[in-house]
Design a protein around this ligand. Structure first.
Ligand SMILES: Nc1ncnc2c1ncn2[C@@H]1O[C@H](COP(=O)(O)OP(=O)(O)OP(=O)(O)O)[C@@H](O)[C@H]1O
Ligand SMILES: [Mg+2]
Length: 586
């Protein structure tokens, strides 16, 4: 009976060879059927007969070696002939043991679990899992997840008829990363995942879109579903549109603000920082008093996001900077006199620069006490596809990009932190092009460190509050190690650079490190899915999203053959460069 229902059934033709060496979680197989080797690729599955008839240990092929050894022929040479040498091929396959399959496991039939329960014995038979066996086996993998947990990403490369289904819960729960060289298909993968999430009732994902390439996802004419915001550009300051997002200076905590305007090498830096802190606190207190927020007044700090007028701050600092001291015989040099000049000019320069308008010259409405709750409410709302919120950062000056992303992330996380645990819905922050604002700590400047702190805190504690990160980057070796090492799932697309591959290898359990050798060989849109959201590390052909991002690779040669350059478009671009707005393209 058991035999007829077993998902794995092997015949002699699928016998690859026998176990020759066992090294903890690795097996080396001495191949007896070299024909099968031609059908075996890196990442393919091998079944090693376990301790009973009903058990197989499952290994992933990670290395194949073929060598030829010259041996003396067994039959003696005939007279007058030289000693004959014959060439015997030695084919070895090394596999990493990753799981245990059981035909019968107590009540259950055909089960697969991660981890090998026992070490394989030497000389045990090893079979290639393909064709019908593979189909049945892959079927078991996805079927393990209940319907409402499934996230379909595509098909398995090993068996194109089997759907690649991962656990959506596990994927988002404890941070994930999508990594791959430029043009490997990361943005498409992001669009695909967002599209799948949009089908849920209340998804809550906030996308940090650095190049505005996810705009089509919010374009109803293109069957888009998401809601979209833009960090306000210089063109939005007069009459801000509804989707223009401001991040007023008063949301920044003391350190974030100082990282932008304080020059730590200035000998007066400590004085400047202390006067700044004192005045900001006083001004926030004034606001709370006029708003009659007695409760907040008792416990607020200089970091609390309470509106104040930056003009008043400048006036106070100017007064410090110009007030003379009173001496016995007349005026003497004031305690702060002339010590704040450089600080003030740096602050005023930011105020005058329209590129920083979203931060330093927000519209009056954004300086009202109730504005913050309304704004955060929009960013954390979850309602079908609209629960996917794409924030376009493409007009944010690169020197403040880290502060902007960091402050926004911190703010959203803090609100989630202070939300009644019973009423929290899980939130994921999708950080596209993460190397731009989540750099390796040693390479980071003051501004970047400030932002890193916010993200690293989320990476370390976010799980408990239902707040996770999905980090996307083309340069994993330039992304903060702290953040990557907190990720539990990796969707790795083609990676050609050695140091980037090394990062993935380091993040993976030792036994799977060999799999990274396929990373440079992956096709566009193909990925290696690693982590606890899949039962097996698998090579997946990702589905193409229905709404594709604006990131398509251009056909240089064909376009040079057909499309002329447009002088008017260039004129408009020059004007756009001058005005720093993309607005008028017609
Ligand atoms: N799943 C897929 N199926 C088919 N084609 C794909 C798939 N994913 C990506 N492509 C192709 O690859 C091109 C580049 O993909 P994508 O924009 O996602 O790259 P990327 O990894 O985000 O690159 P970058 O790091 O430069 O942003 C797309 O224009 C598309 O033609
Ligand atoms: Mg991209």
């Amino acid at each position: 009976m058991i035999e007829t229902t077993a998902a794995l059934q092997f015949t002699e033709t699928e016998l690859l060879g026998k176990v020759a060496v066992v090294d903890t979680s690795r097996v080396t197989i001495n191949v007896s059927n070299s024909v099968l080797l031609t059908r075996l690729g890196i990442g393919n599955l091998i079944a090693v007969r376990g301790s009973t008839e009903r058990e197989y240990l499952i290994a992933v092929a990670e290395r194949v070696t073929r060598s030829v050894r010259d041996e003396l022929a067994e039959d003696l040479p005939e007279d007058g002939e030289d000693t004959r040498l014959v060439s015997t091929p030695t084919d070895l396959v090394r596999g990493a043991l990753i799981g245990t399959f059981r035909t019968v496991d107590g009540e259950k039939k055909n089960t697969f679990k991660r981890g090998a329960d026992s070490f394989p014995q030497i000389d045990r038979d090893c079979y290639v899992i393909d064709a019908a066996n593979l189909q049945r086996f892959m079927g078991i993998l996805g079927a393990d997840y209940p319907e409402n947990e499934r996230l379909k990403l595509g098909i398995f490369v090993a068996d194109r008829s089997a759907e690649a289904i991962i656990s959506g819960d596990k994927f988002f729960q404890r941070h994930a990363a999508i990594l791959g060289s430029t043009g490997s298909g990361k943005s498409y993968a992001v669009a695909l995942i967002l599209e799948r999430a949009s089908k849920l009732k209340h998804p809550n994902i906030i996308v940090f879109d650095m190049h505005g390439e996810y705009a089509p996802l919010a374009n109803v004419e293109k069957a888009g579903f998401a809601s979209r915001f833009r960090i306000a550009g210089p063109g939005d300051l007069e009459n801000p549109a509804d989707d223009a997002l401001f991040l007023p200076y008063w949301l920044l905590n003391r350190d974030e603000m100082l990282s932008m305007i304080l020059d730590r090498s200035d000998q007066n830096a400590p004085n400047q920082a202390s006067r700044f802190t004192l005045h900001v606190r006083t001004l926030k207190q004034k606001t709370l008093e006029s708003e009659k927020k007695a409760e907040v007044l008792k416990t607020f700090t200089v970091d609390s996001p309470v509106p104040y007028s930056i003009k008043d701050l400048i006036t106070l600092l100017h007064t410090d900077n110009t007030t003379k001291g009173v001496g016995k015989t007349g005026p003497v040099k004031g305690e702060w006199e002339d010590k704040l000049t450089r600080f003030l000019s740096r602050l005023e320069a930011k105020l005058d620069d329209r590129r920083y308008g979203f931060m330093f010259t927000p519209p009056p409405k954004a300086n009202e006490y109730g504005w913050l709750a309304a704004q955060v409410g929009r960013l954390l709302a979850s309602n079908g596809g609209k629960g996917i919120k794409v924030i376009d950062f493409s007009e944010v000056p690169s020197d403040v990009l880290p502060v902007v992303t960091g402050t926004l992330a911190r703010l959203l996380y803090d609100v989630q932190f202070w939300t009644d645990p019973g009423k929290r819905t899980p939130v994921t922050l999708l950080c596209d092009e993460a190397h731009l604002y989540l750099p390796v700590r040693d390479d980071a400047d003051a501004v970047q460190r400030q932002a890193l702190g916010a993200f690293e805190r989320i990476a370390k504690e976010g799980r408990k509050y239902g707040f996770s990160l999905l980090v996307v980057s083309q340069r994993p070796s330039d992304v903060s190690r702290t953040i990557l090492s907190q990720c539990n799932n990796f969707l790795s697309l083609r990676l050609t650079n050695d140091s980037d591959q090394a990062v993935i290898t380091r993040l993976m359990p030792d036994s799977l490190a060999g799999l990274t050798s396929i990373l440079p060989l992956l096709d566009t849109g193909e990925a290696l899915m690693l982590g606890d959201a899949v039962l097996l590390p698998s090579r997946i052909r990702l589905d193409k999203p229905a709404v594709t991002p604006d990131s398509a690779t251009r056909d240089f040669w064909k376009e040079w053959g057909s499309q002329a350059s447009d002088a008017d478009a260039i004129n408009l671009a020059v004007e756009a460069l001058r005005s720093q707005t993309r607005g008028k393209t017609a």
